[in-house]
Design a protein around this ligand. Structure first.
Ligand code: 1HN
Length: 373
């Protein structure tokens, strides 16, 4: 996107002429071009995401996700998923930036074959108590509001062992990023199913209470050895932190799901947080590079993103594009609200692209230009 500043010295400002147009045509014949015709577009003053802020309401999506159950067999579809597509990123099936998200439904007793791919995946459970996943031979059971990871290259398959209700969980993947870098690979498990180890949730059982297992083979992989992060201890940790600190002016009381061995993000390309907004709390606006997909895990609230206000409640999903001003508010005067989120911050940080700034107005709030849908 060009701005009036693009007429300045130091920016491309070549006017068109018949000679130049003929010259550009000659270059195009050779699969070449003149940089100054695109320079201002490919070097914007600041990030110009094609993604727009979007809110996906769970109450609206849920019936359509259920509709897919009898329409397609999970194994015919590969995975039975309704993906959430940003109107500005339909070309790459992204929810925001280069992050993908979708709602996957698994009927009672259903299970799917194992595969692995270059893309990393994570799951956040919306409903149903029967979900399980096997990640590199380790079987995990996950319930509502639990978070689990499927790091890139790990074999994974999953299913629903309940006999009554379906499971709906949210998948988050870095597929658009992997594809943008032309680095995607995909394999079906040679035996179609893994043989899981006997102990369920073994990684969750191994790393607890700030203690690391001692005297075992050293974990050397570039992702967290913990594959599941259950809701109850997560929520307890947030409430405990809220007793100890005021929290961030922009995010309230926020914690990152971490690799306990490094203190860093759970996977090399995607990080995840859970944050708590105190009853009635309204945060200040800030912006940063990096894209974020949020899921309301508890309570109800509103977020203003790039001047658009979105009201959300438990189950709703919304996104914040890179460099968009955003702030959150808990609309319940007596209950806390929690937001789960995942992001591409590890990529931004490792490439030294991370930048952040506070909204400059003294009261820290952006004007609301439009009510979001
Ligand atoms: C995938 O492997 C799963 O394993 C879910 O459940 C969603 C979306 C795109 C590519 C791979 C899964 C996916 C996916």
């Amino acid at each position: 996107m060009t701005t009036h500043d693009d007429n300045r010295i130091g920016r491309a400002r070549v006017s068109d002429s018949p000679e130049l147009r003929a010259y550009y045509a000659e270059l195009a014949e050779l699969d070449a071009g003149a940089l100054w015709t695109v320079a201002n577009d490919i070097e914007p003053w600041y990030p110009q995401p094609r993604s727009v802020p979007v809110l996906w309401r769970y109450d609206e999506l849920r019936p359509l996700v259920h509709k897919a159950l009898p329409l397609v067999k999970a194994d015919d579809a590969g995975r039975r998923v309704v993906m959430l597509v940003n109107p500005g990123r339909k070309d790459v099936s992204a929810a925001v930036g280069l992050l993908y998200t979708g709602l996957q439904i698994m009927g009672p007793g259903e299970f799917m074959t194992a595969h692995r791919h270059q893309a990393a995946a994570l799951r956040f459970v919306h409903e149903g108590t029967g979900a399980w996943t096997v990640v590199d031979g380790q079987k995990l059971r996950v319930g509502p509001r639990d978070f689990a990871i499927t790091p890139n290259g790990t074999w994974h398959e999953h299913g629903n062992e309940a006999d009554d209700a379906p499971v709906i969980w949210q998948d988050g993947l870095d597929i658009p990023l992997v594809n943008a870098l032309d680095a995607g690979f995909y394999e079906v498990h040679p035996e179609l199913y893994q043989t899981p180890g006997k102990v369920i949730n073994s990684s969750v059982l191994s790393y607890g209470a700030n203690l690391l297992p001692y005297g075992m083979e050293k974990w050397t992989r570039p992702y967290s050895p913990v594959f599941g992060y259950p809701w109850e201890p997560t929520y307890q940790a947030l409430r405990d932190l809220a007793k100890a600190v005021e929290g961030s002016p922009y995010d309230g009381v926020i914690m990152e799901y971490t690799n306990p061995l490094t203190g860093g993000s759970v996977m090399p390309t995607m990080g995840a947080h859970m944050q708590l907004l105190r009853p009635g709390q309204a945060t200040r606006a800030h912006r940063h590079t990096g894209s974020v997909v949020y899921t309301a895990a508890k309570g109800r609230g509103a977020s203003v993103i790039a001047g658009r206000r979105f009201e959300w409640k438990q189950g709703d999903i919304f996104c914040v594009p890179s460099w968009a001003w955003h702030e959150h508010e808990n609309l319940d005067p007596s209950e806390d609200a929690c937001l789960f989120s995942f992001n591409d911050f590890p990529v931004m940080r490792s490439l030294t692209f991370h930048r952040e700034e506070a909204y400059p107005d003294h009261d820290g709030h952006q004007p609301v230009l439009q009510d979001g849908r």
